[in-house]
Design a protein. Structure first.
Length: 433
C-alpha cells in the first residue's frame, strides 16, 4: 500500500520525471522539481506586472484622462489605454497582393508561391520540433564520465522565441505598409499571457511524455473546441464534424493505449504530461479566441504578432529576473555553446514560421494552410521517431493514420460545404420588380 500512496502523492504534487521514478527521493527535491510549483511561481511573476497595469488602466479611465490629460505622456497613455479612433476609409490592407489578385497571375507563379509556402512551413516547424525535443529531453555536456545536465527552464526558451519574434514583427511594421493601429495596447496583454502559458506547457510537457504523443494531442484539440462551442456558445455542428471528432478520439485512444504497454516512464509521469497538455489546449484556445476578438480593430496579422510578443517579452523577462532564472539561463548558455546554438535556431524557426503562416493564409486561405500544417504534424512524428528512436506499434500506427485521415476529412468536408453555399448564392433567383 505504501508505494501506491507514494505514487499518488507524486501525482498530486507534480514531481519531475526523476522524482516520479523514485518517490522515495522526493522529499529531498528542491522546488524546481515540481512542475506545478514552477507554473504558479511563473504566474505570480506575471501578476506583479499585470496587477499594477490593471490599476493604472482603471485609474486613467476613472479620471477621464482622454479629455483632461496633457503633457508629454499623453500620447503614450492614449495609445496604451484608450487606443486611436479609426475613421472609415483609413484602413488599408498592408499586403497589396491578395488572393483575388493572385488568381490573375500565371499558374506557374502561383505554383511557385505555394511550393515556397509548403517548403517554408515544413522546414521551419519540422526543424523547430526536432530542436524542441533535443533541448528539453537531452543532456548537454555529456561525456564518457559525465552524464551531462539538462536545461530545465522552459520560460527562458519562451522569452528567447518572443524577443526574436517581436524584433521581426517590428521590422515588418516599419518596412511594410500597415493599417492605422486603433486597439488599446493593454488588450494584447490578455492574449500574451495565455500565449506564454500555452508555450510553457508545450515545452514542459516534453519532460513527461514523448514528442509524438504531444503532437497527436495538439492535432486532436478540435474535440475540446467543439465541446466548449456547444456548452458556452450553443453552437450547432454538422454530422461530419461529430463523425470526425469521434474518429479522432478513437485514433488518439489507440495510440495512447498501445504506447502504454511499451517501456515508458510510469503512469505518474504520463498523467502529469496529460495535465500539462490539457493546460496547453485550454490556454491556446483562449489565445485564438481573444485574438479573433481583437481583429475587430482591423489590424494586420503583423501588428497582432508585434503586440502580443511585445507583452510576452515584458512578462517573461520580469518573471525571469524576479526568480533569478534569467542570469542562470545565460550562464548555462555560456557553459554549453551547443545549447546557445539550439536555442537560437529554435527562435529563428519560430519567428520565420509565424511569417510563413501569415503569408500562406493571405495568399491561399485557411483550408490550404490547414492541409500543410496537418502534413507537417505527420512528418514531425515520423522525423521524431527516426531521430530519437520512439517506437510505434501497429495499433499505434493505425491510431495515427485514423487521426490524420479524420483531419483531412474535416478539411475536405468544410471545403465542400463552402462550395455548395457559394453555388447556392450564385444560383439564387433574382426577383424582378
Amino acid at each position: 500500500m505504501e508505494p501506491e500512496w507514494g505514487s499518488l502523492l507524486v501525482v498530486m504534487l507534480g514531481f519531475s520525471p526523476a522524482a516520479a521514478l523514485d518517490p522515495a527521493a522526493a522529499p529531498a527535491a528542491v522546488w524546481t522539481d515540481f512542475w506545478i510549483l514552477r507554473f504558479f511561481i511563473n504566474v505570480a511573476g506575471y501578476a506583479t506586472i499585470i496587477l499594477p497595469g490593471i490599476l493604472l488602466v482603471q485609474y486613467f479611465k476613472r479620471r477621464n484622462y482622454l479629455e483632461t490629460g496633457r503633457g508629454l505622456c499623453f500620447p503614450l497613455v492614449k495609445t496604451c489605454v484608450f487606443g486611436n479612433d479609426l475613421k472609415s476609409g483609413v484602413q488599408d490592407e498592408p499586403f497589396p497582393t491578395s488572393r483575388t489578385e493572385a488568381t490573375e497571375s500565371s499558374f506557374t507563379k502561383q505554383t511557385l508561391k505555394l511550393l515556397t509556402c509548403v517548403l517554408g512551413l515544413q522546414a521551419s516547424y519540422l526543424t523547430w520540433g526536432v530542436l524542441q525535443e533535443r533541448v528539453m529531453t537531452k543532456a548537454y555536456g555529456r561525456t564518457e564520465t559525465d552524464p551531462g545536465v539538462k536545461f530545465q527552464d522552459s520560460q527562458f526558451l519562451v522569452f528567447m522565441n518572443r524577443i526574436l519574434a517581436v524584433t521581426v514583427a517590428g521590422l515588418c511594421c516599419a518596412l511594410a505598409k500597415q493599417p492605422r493601429h486603433g486597439a488599446p495596447m493593454y488588450k494584447y496583454s490578455f492574449a500574451s499571457i495565455s500565449n506564454i502559458l500555452s508555450s510553457w506547457c508545450q515545452y514542459e510537457a516534453l519532460k513527461f511524455i514523448s514528442f509524438p504523443t504531444q503532437v497527436l494531442a495538439k492535432a486532436s484539440k478540435v474535440i475540446p473546441v467543439m465541446l466548449m462551442g456547444k456548452i458556452v456558445s450553443h453552437k450547432s455542428y454538422e454530422y461530419w464534424e461529430y463523425l470526425t471528432a469521434m474518429l479522432i478520439s478513437a485514433g488518439v485512444s489507440m495510440f495512447l493505449l498501445s504506447n502504454s504497454q511499451n517501456k515508458q516512464p510510469p503512469t505518474v509521469t504520463t498523467f502529469s504530461g496529460i495535465v500539462i497538455l490539457a493546460g496547453y489546449i485550454l490556454f491556446d484556445s483562449f489565445t485564438s479566441n481573444w485574438q479573433d476578438a481583437l481583429f475587430k480593430y482591423k489590424m494586420s496579422s503583423i501588428q497582432m504578432m508585434f503586440g502580443v510578443n511585445l507583452f510576452s517579452c515584458l512578462f517573461t523577462i520580469g518573471s525571469l529576473l524576479e526568480q533569478g532564472a534569467f542570469f542562470q539561463s545565460l550562464s548555462f548558455m555560456l557553459q554549453h555553446p551547443e545549447f546557445a546554438v539550439h536555442a537560437g535556431l529554435l527562435s529563428i524557426c519560430s519567428a520565420c514560421g509565424q511569417l510563413f503562416i501569415f503569408y500562406t493564409i493571405s495568399q491561399f486561405g485557411a483550408a490550404v494552410f490547414t492541409i500543410i500544417m496537418t502534413l507537417r504534424q505527420a512528418f514531425a512524428i515520423l522525423l521524431s521517431c527516426f531521430i530519437y528512436g520512439h517506437s510505434v506499434t501497429v495499433v499505434g500506427g493505425l491510431g495515427l493514420a485514423t487521426v490524420f485521415f479524420s483531419l483531412f476529412l474535416r478539411v475536405y468536408a468544410r471545403s465542400r460545404m463552402k462550395t455548395k453555399k457559394r453555388t447556392a448564392q450564385c444560383q439564387a433567383p433574382v426577383q424582378k420588380v
